[in-house]
Design a protein around this ligand. Structure first.
Ligand code: AMP
Length: 403
């Protein structure tokens, strides 16, 4: 581990007011939380702080209220689930972030062992503009700042970045696990590293591909985006999803890979369907014989073998994006088989496997291997920006913060 950030082990928490940035941007329908996974991810950080005598005061955003107090986007909706999962009383602290008196009153009267949840940070425009005045007032509510929201770390907001410069700060347990996994995936990985990038379109992943070719020994390009590369190499991909206008981009990425000695691994056969739907008839073709009326919706058996062999040569895999239209069987085959292979090697201690972003979590869950990977990030945008090699402001602030 070379990352230099503090953790909650570095602070005496007893009697301290601990501002904890968490991700509580949960899906809600008819006033009820429909998926509480994000609470589960941060529960142990909150419990640990409370058990050590600190008062966890939670900071989070919810939806996009655009800098105005909006009762429909009040974080009060998560209180019940939060209290149940954390197993401690939760006091909701209302505020519009201009008048902090009601929030201060809740904090002052909170009993030891309980938790305070502050109102949606995005009720104030200063949250997203990282406003110094809001940062100072927010920081005044606590003694220590703990960031446990990697998924919000790609934004330089008051509660994710500014406040880390205003208070003694450290990573919470979920952030710590995420940063350690990312360090093992690309920061300081055991080589050789193979990256697997799939998904629909090249256009959304140009920066990511350009960064990866300079960082990894091999790059598997799969899914719909592989069609653009195959087309750029001169093959006819029929009615497949293909961004023909990105031919030059695809060629440039392949050139850059060659210069960086990164092997590009493309499918050598494709499973073609004639309708974009589950269980539609399908047939496998070599690249030079793809049916003009069909769509390549998955990688073929030979491609799967080639990818598995490449994984066998790697010690680390970093994965984003499915290798086919995995929601529509049988076009889930390549994603499922390759995921299971990576999972098996991980279980045997032969591979470090880090995955995340977009549909990847759903694809690995579909393959039944989500818990067998070394680490699966649910962070979405922040995970992709990390794969693109961009500095994440919320993480940078933890790394450089004063004592
Ligand atoms: P992304 O969000 O970019 O990771 O893309 C994920 C989506 O790509 C999934 O919904 C897949 O169904 C879709 N996808 C993957 N491979 C193909 C393909 N060959 N043709 C069409 N869609 C695909």
């Amino acid at each position: 581990m070379t990352a230099t950030f503090k953790t909650i082990d570095d602070y005496e928490l007893d009697g301290k007011r601990v501002l904890v940035r968490v991700d509580l941007n949960l899906p809600v329908k008819d006033g009820k939380v429909t998926d509480a996974t994000r609470i589960e991810r941060v529960a142990h950080t909150i419990q640990e702080i409370a058990n050590k005598g600190g008062l966890p005061i939670l900071l989070a955003h919810f939806g996009r209220p655009k800098g105005k107090a909006d009762p429909d986007m009040s974080l009060s909706v998560v209180v019940e689930d939060l209290a149940r999962i954390v197993g401690k009383p939760v006091h909701f602290a209302p505020t519009d972030w201009t008048d902090l008196k009601p929030a201060k009153a809740v904090i002052e009267s909170a009993e030891p062992g309980s938790v305070v949840l502050l109102e949606n940070t995005r009720f104030h425009p200063g949250e997203e503009t990282n406003d110094p005045d809001l940062i100072a007032r927010m920081a005044g509510l606590g003694d220590i700042y703990v960031n446990d929201a990697f998924s919000a770390a790609h934004r330089a907001h008051a509660s994710t970045e500014g406040i880390a410069r205003a208070l003694p700060c450290c990573a919470g347990r979920a952030m710590q696990a995420e940063l350690e996994a990312l360090e093992a995936g690309l920061g300081n990985p055991t080589k050789p590293v193979i990256a697997i990038v799939g998904g629909a379109k090249v256009s959304t992943k140009i920066d990511l591909l350009e960064n990866l070719v300079t960082r990894v020994e091999a790059l598997v390009i799969g899914g719909g985006m592989a069609n653009t590369f195959i087309y750029a190499l001169g093959y006819d991909v029929g009615k497949s999803l293909c961004e023909r206008d990105l031919k030059e981009t695809a060629l440039r990425i392949m050139d850059k890979a060659e210069d960086a000695r990164c092997a590009i691994i493309l499918p050598i056969d494709g499973v073609v369907g004639w309708h974009f739907e589950a269980n539609t008839p399908s047939r496998t073709y070599g690249l030079d014989a793809i049916d003009k009326d069909g769509m390549v919706l998955d990688a073929g058996a030979q491609s799967i073998e080639k990818i598995k062999t490449a994984i066998n040569e790697a010690r680390t895999v970093v994965w984003n994006g499915p290798l086919g239209a995995f929601e529509l069987p049988p076009f889930d085959t390549a994603t499922v088989e390759v995921a299971r292979h990576a999972a098996e090697r991980t279980r045997k201690g032969q591979l470090v496997s880090v995955a995340g972003g977009g549909d990847t979590v759903a694809a690995l869950a579909h393959a039944g291997v989500k818990d067998d990977f070394t680490y699966v990030s649910t962070a979405g945008g922040a995970f992709l920006e990390w794969m693109e090699g961009k500095p994440l402001p919320g993480v940078q602030a933890l790394m450089t913060a004063p004592d």
